[in-house]
Structures are given as structure tokens and as C-alpha cells.
Design a protein around this ligand. Structure first.
Ligand code: NAP
Length: 281
């Protein structure tokens, strides 16, 4: 078997950023305001702060503006809802990113769902999820949307294939399953109560690791010729999937880092531009 195709999210995101930069220029030349993303970070989690900064940097690289809102650890649901409401009403803001996770005292679902649907460029609202699931127009949840862009770019066949998604979180596993189903894959969704995880993963033509546990999915479970997508990221460049020996026997795989992460940010900024375009119409 040939060496696995590397699904290079870093390179694809870079290429797409150059296209986004031109598109932002074209939009502003035509008289529109510079698209602006508002980012909200609640509390001082250093990993979350880094993710928000990376998203701001990406905006800057493509010529978009971003507004950084930082709220203290002890912020209440009401205070966060009030902040989101202000951004919903602000005509300069075309996208809102609420960095997940928020501190435990906050009702995260209520806050996600308070984001106006037309500004939900990170694809976190219940309404956006429902529309996307039904195949209607909506911004997709950024990580699975980025994964779909990556799979399409590399012409990975999806129709009729068995995709096994390990994880069912609202922003990753669940929307991932819906997107793969919409692309005519046959989808199995696994979670912490799943029995025989190894056997199910062993049936997969496409494995999506979205489980949040370092290398929980073992290389030996994965069949030859599969497509392996690892959404996980843990310190030291470790993903949710153990890749031992996979490069010699699978069809394709995402590196960690440099696979799903850059595509997540790219989906967010692409959808922010799309929101600005719609607002300009
Ligand atoms: P999460 O909210 O913690 O969800 C984890 C999911 O995995 C849950 O559905 C959970 O099942 C399931 N799970 C946990 N232990 C399991 C086990 N032993 N067997 C089978 N399933 C199990 O995590 P998340 O936010 O979806 O993130 C998942 C991973 O993606 C993390 O590694 C995170 O760092 C990464 N991530 C990356 C990006 C990016 O931009 N690259 C963005 C977001 C997340 P239950 O539902 O039953 O609890």
C-alpha cells in the first residue's frame, strides 16, 4: 500500500486565506465596511485565550477587523447575555464568536442561542444546527465545517461510505454526523456509553476522532485504507487518535497539529466574510 495522503489543513487554510484576502478587498472596494468579527472570551483559561488570539490573527491576515471582548471569570449568564445582545444590535459587527467553554456558572447553551442567527458565524446556535441538519442555508459549526472543506478539497469519497464519528458534542460530533449524513455517508455516532467501540471503529471507511481524550482511539482498531480525521489536540501535539503505523496503511490522515485546527479557524473567518457579503446585499 502507498503512504497515506496527508490532509494538510495548514496548507489549505493558507491558500484559502489568500482568496479570502482578495474577496475582502473586493467587498470594501465596492463600498462595504470592513467585515468585523467580535470575539468574546470569558475567564482566564490560557488555552482559550490562545485560540481567541489565533482567530483574531487570522482576521488580521485577511484584512478583516476584530473586536476583542474579555469578561471576568465570575461573569453571570445575564451579564453575558447582555453583552451578546449589544453585539447583535451593533451594525458594525457581522460575526460573533463566543469561545467555548465558558465558566461553569454560565448557561452556555442559552448564551450560544442568544447569538443572532445571521451573526452565528461559528455555527453554535440550535437554530443554525437545525437548519444545517435539514440541508437549509446556515453557517455550519466551524470545526466540522472545516473538516468537510478539507475532505472535499482532497476529493475524499463520502457517498455510501461508513463514517464513524467518535464524540457527540453540540459543536463537534453532532454537527459532524449531520454534515456527513447530508453528504450521503452512512454515519455511526459513538460516545461514552457506546459498547464495542473498537469493533465499530474497525468498520469505518472514515474515522472522525472528536472525543477529547489523548489517543483514546487506537491505531490497531482502524482498518487498512481508512480515512482518519483527528479533531483532538492535547499538549505535545497529541490527538484523540493514536497514529502508530497508520501512515503506512491508511488512505489518508490529518496531522496533529496542522490538520483540523487551521481549518476550524478558516471556516470561522470564511463564514464571517459570507455574513458581511449577505449584509451588504
Ligand atoms: P467534549 O465536549 O468533551 O465531547 C467529547 C465527546 O466524546 C462526548 O460526546 C463524549 O461522550 C465522548 N467520549 C468521551 N469519552 C469517551 C469514551 N471513552 N468513549 C467514547 N466516547 C467518549 O469535546 P469536544 O468539544 O467535542 O472536543 C473533542 C476534541 O476535539 C477535543 O480533543 C478538543 O480539543 C478537540 N477540538 C478541536 C477543535 C479544533 O479547532 N481543532 C475545536 C473543538 C474541539 P458523552 O456525550 O457520552 O459524554
Amino acid at each position: 500500500m502507498m503512504a497515506a495522503l496527508i490532509l494538510d489543513g495548514k496548507a489549505l487554510a493558507k491558500h484559502r486565506e489568500s482568496q479570502l484576502k482578495s474577496a475582502v478587498e473586493a467587498l470594501t472596494k465596492a463600498g462595504s465596511e470592513v467585515p468585523t468579527l467580535a470575539t468574546i472570551l470569558v475567564g482566564g483559561d490560557p488555552a482559550s485565550a490562545t485560540y481567541v488570539q489565533m482567530k483574531q490573527n487570522a482576521c488580521q491576515r485577511v484584512g478583516m477587523d476584530s473586536v476583542k471582548i474579555e469578561m471576568p471569570e465570575e461573569t453571570s449568564t445575564e451579564q453575558l447575555l447582555a453583552q451578546i445582545e449589544m453585539l447583535n444590535k451593533d451594525p458594525k459587527i457581522c460575526g460573533i464568536l463566543l469561545q467555548h467553554p465558558v465558566p461553569a456558572q454560565i448557561d452556555e447553551r442559552a448564551c450560544f442561542d442568544a447569538i443572532a442567527i445571521e451573526k452565528d458565524v461559528d455555527g453554535v446556535t440550535t437554530q443554525g444546527f437545525g437548519l444545517m441538519s435539514m440541508g437549509e442555508l446556515a453557517f455550519g459549526s466551524a470545526t466540522p465545517a472545516g473538516i468537510m472543506t478539507l475532505l472535499h478539497h482532497y476529493d475524499v469519497p463520502l457517498a455510501g461510505k461508513h463514517a464513524v464519528v467518535v464524540g457527540r458534542s453540540p459543536i463537534l460530533g453532532k454537527p459532524m454526523a449531520a454534515m456527513l449524513l447530508n453528504a450521503n455517508a452512512t454515519v455511526t455516532v459513538c460516545h461514552s456509553r457506546t459498547e464495542n467501540l473498537a469493533a465499530l471503529v474497525g468498520q469505518a471507511d472514515i474515522v472522525i476522532g472528536a472525543v477529547g481524550q489523548p489517543e483514546l482511539i487506537k491505531a490497531e482498531w482502524i482498518k487498512d485504507g481508512a480515512v482518519v480525521v483527528d479533531a483532538g489536540y492535547h499538549p505535545g501535539g497529541i490527538g484523540d487518535i493514536d497514529k502508530t503505523g497508520l501512515a503506512e496503511r491508511v488512505m489518508a490522515l490529518t496531522p496533529v497539529p496542522g490538520g483540523v485546527g487551521p481549518m476550524t479557524i478558516n471556516a470561522l473567518i470564511s463564514q464571517t466574510l459570507e455574513s458581511a457579503r449577505i449584509a451588504a446585499q
